[in-house]
Design a protein around this ligand. Sequence first.
Ligand code: RB5
Length: 151
Amino acid sequence: MRIALGSDHAGYSLKEEIKAYLAEQGIGYQDFGTFDTTAVDYPDFALMVAEAVAGRQYDCGILTCGTGIGVTIAANKVPGIRAALCHDTFSARASREHNDANILTLGGRVIGPGLAREIVSVWLAAKFAGGRHRRRLEKICAIEKKYSLSG
Ligand code: RB5
């Protein structure tokens, strides 16, 4: 499994924590930055990770910013991306099983490293359940298509 990682300055520490967790688990990743706590703009990093995941160079992505909200909004503008902001393990599992989320987003100013590790672990282990959820995802794709044609 290969994971694309990215953050802004406010999500930097949490990204480092997640990197440590992935390394401990022997899971491969590519860090798209940012690489320190100098202020940057979260859409730049969300875009890099979202394009890498949408282009299938990576299996999935994890993005962090202060709240997790900014990177979620930005990443979800890229066609094919389903970024889910999850600050609990129930949502993390459901975002994979029901929504087939391909990017997990987290807020570095919202949760601590212990919970973040558990969320990442649950999210990576969960699989899309298909069935009725597939029909709903197809409807999301149809919305994406409708607006990409008119845009
Ligand atoms: C940066 O101050 C902060 O606005 C950003 O990390 C994020 O929380 C935006 O949604």
